[in-house]
Design a protein around this ligand. Structure first.
Ligand code: PLP
Length: 400
C-alpha cells in the first residue's frame, strides 16, 4: 500500500454518506487503482454494475460514436439504438413493451405505477394495495422506499405510500393469509441482493404464482441486482420457478452508464394511455447504444455458461473457506457470480471489519444483510482471479 493517503476526508457530499471516501482513479479488467496508485482486485463491480469490467474500449467507442451523432432527443422522438435495444429486451420473455428509465428505484416506481393503473382499469377502484417482503431492497424514492421495509431507511421519511403490506420472505402461510383481490401488485427479488442473499424457495414461488393468477395481482420481479447474467441466466426468476408479469432491470444494463428498464406484458400495455407515465432521459441514444452492445455480449449462451462455471468455482472457493474457518463462517448463499458467505465474528468485529481489512489487502468486496460477505465481481472475471480473491479473504479471516 502507498504511504500517500488515498482517501478524501469530509468532502462536500451530504452527510447521508460516509465522511471518508477512497478516491478511485481508473480500472482495467477486474482491477481498480486508487489516486495513490494502490491496486485492488474487484469483487464488487460498483455494487453489481460493471458486469464487463473496466477500461473497455468497445464501450467507449460506441458511446463516443453515438455522442458525436446525437446525445439526447427526449421522449418526443426515438432513435435507432433505443428501438433495437427495446426489441431485444422485449423478445427476452413474455413482454410487450419496455419503459426505459435511469436507475433501479425509477424502474420500480414505473412498475408500481403500471400496477396501480392496471388494477384500477381492470378491477376497479380501491384494489391498490402493494405487498413486499422483509429484508427487501427496492430503492430510495418514495414508492420503492415504501416497499423496502427497513426501519432505518423508512422511519425519517414517514408517512410513506399508504396501503403497503409486508410479509416474511418465503413464508408460504403468511402469503396465503394476506393476499386477496384488494392487492394491485407484489414486488420481490428472486434473490435478496442487499438483504442477505436468500433465494426464493420453489414452494413459495409456486404459491405466489397461484395467488397472483387467482386474484389478478401483478407480480413484479425486481431483477435490478440479479438480472442480465449475474446468476448465470439472463434473468434469475425462471430457474427459481417464478412467473412474474413485470420485470425491472438496471445496474449492469448499460455497462456502468445509468439506464433502467421496466418490462411489461401485453395485458398491462393494452390498458395504459398516452401520458400515464414518462421520462426525460430514460432510454437516451447513448445509454441504449451501449446497453444493446452489453446485452448482446452477456446474453450469448457461451458467455452465460462461463458465468455458471465461474459461479461454481466461486462456490468451491467459499466452501474451502468454510472448511478452513468453521468457527468464523456460516452458510453460503446466492447463485452464479452473486454469492456470499455468512460470517460469525468475535465480539467487537463485524462484516465491515472484514470488508475494510480486505480492502487494505487489495480486495474490494461488499456486505449483504447484517452478517454476509457479498461477492459480485465483474462477470468477465477469470477463475484465477476468483481464486486470488478467495485467498485474500482467507488471509483476512486468519487475522480475525
Ligand atoms: N432493487 C434492487 C434489488 C437493488 O439492489 C437496488 C440497488 O441496490 C435497487 C433496486 C435500487 O437501485 P438504484 O440504487 O439504482 O436506485
Amino acid at each position: 500500500m502507498s504511504t500517500i493517503d488515498p482517501f478524501v476526508h469530509n468532502p462536500p457530499f451530504p452527510k447521508n454518506y460516509a465522511s471518508d471516501f477512497l478516491v478511485m482513479e481508473k480500472g482495467k479488467g477486474c482491477y481498480l487503482w486508487d489516486k495513490s496508485g494502490n491496486k485492488y482486485l474487484d469483487f464488487g463491480s460498483g455494487i453489481a454494475v460493471n458486469a464487463l469490467g473496466y477500461g473497455r474500449s468497445d464501450l467507449a467507442k460506441i458511446a463516443e460514436k453515438q455522442m458525436k451523432k446525437l446525445i439526447h432527443i427526449s421522449n418526443l422522438f426515438t432513435t435507432q439504438p433505443a428501438l433495437e435495444f427495446a426489441q431485444a429486451l422485449v423478445a427476452s420473455g413474455p413482454f410487450a413493451a419496455v419503459h426505459f428509465g435511469n436507475s433501479g428505484t425509477e424502474a420500480n416506481e414505473g412498475a408500481m405505477k403500471y400496477a396501480r393503473v392496471y388494477s384500477l382499469r381492470t378491477k376497479g377502484p380501491g384494489k391498490h394495495k402493494f405487498l413486499s417482503f422483509r429484508n427487501a431492497f427496492h430503492g430510495r424514492t418514495f414508492g420503492a422506499l415504501s416497499l423496502t421495509p427497513t426501519p432505518k431507511y423508512q422511519a425519517p421519511y414517514e408517512p410513506l405510500v399508504p396501503d403497503v403490506y409486508y410479509c416474511d420472505y418465503n413464508d408460504v402461510e403468511g402469503l396465503s393469509k394476506i393476499l386477496d383481490d384488494s392487492f394491485a401488485a407484489v414486488m420481490l427479488e428472486p434473490i435478496q441482493g442487499e438483504g442477505g442473499l436468500n433465494s426464493v424457495t420453489l414452494e413459495f414461488a409456486q404459491k405466489l404464482n397461484e395467488l397472483c393468477a387467482k386474484f389478478n395481482i401483478l407480480m413484479i420481479a425486481d431483477e435490478i441486482q440479479t438480472g442480465i447474467g449475474r446468476t448465470g441466466e439472463i434473468f434469475a426468476y425462471g430457474a427459481l420457478g417464478l412467473k412474474p408479469d413485470i420485470v425491472t432491470l438496471s445496474k449492469p444494463l448499460a455497462g456502468g452508464l445509468p439506464l433502467s428498464a421496466t418490462l411489461i406484458p401485453k395485458k398491462v400495455n393494452d390498458i395504459i394511455h398516452v401520458g400515464d407515465h414518462g421520462t426525460t432521459f430514460g432510454g437516451g441514444p447513448v445509454t441504449s447504444a451501449v446497453g444493446l452492445h452489453v446485452w448482446k455480449i452477456i446474453t450469448d449462451p457461451v458467455f452465460l455458461a462461463g458465468v455458471r462455471e465461474k459461479g461454481l468455482a466461486l462456490r468451491q472457493g467459499l466452501e474451502g473457506l468454510q472448511k478452513q474457518f468453521p468457527n468464523l463462517t456460516g452458510e453460503i448463499r446466492g447463485k452464479g457470480l452473486l454469492q456470499g458467505i455468512q460470517l460469525v465474528l468475535p465480539e467487537g468485529k463485524d462484516v465491515s471489519t472484514v470488508v475494510n481489512a480486505c480492502r487494505e489487502a487489495g480486495l474490494i468486496i461488499l456486505r449483504s444483510g447484517t452478517n454476509l460477505l457479498r461477492i459480485a465481481p465483474p462477470l468477465v472475471i477469470s477463475k484465477n482471479e476468483i481464486a486470488k480473491g478467495v485467498e485474500i479473504i482467507g488471509k483476512v479471516l486468519g487475522t480475525m
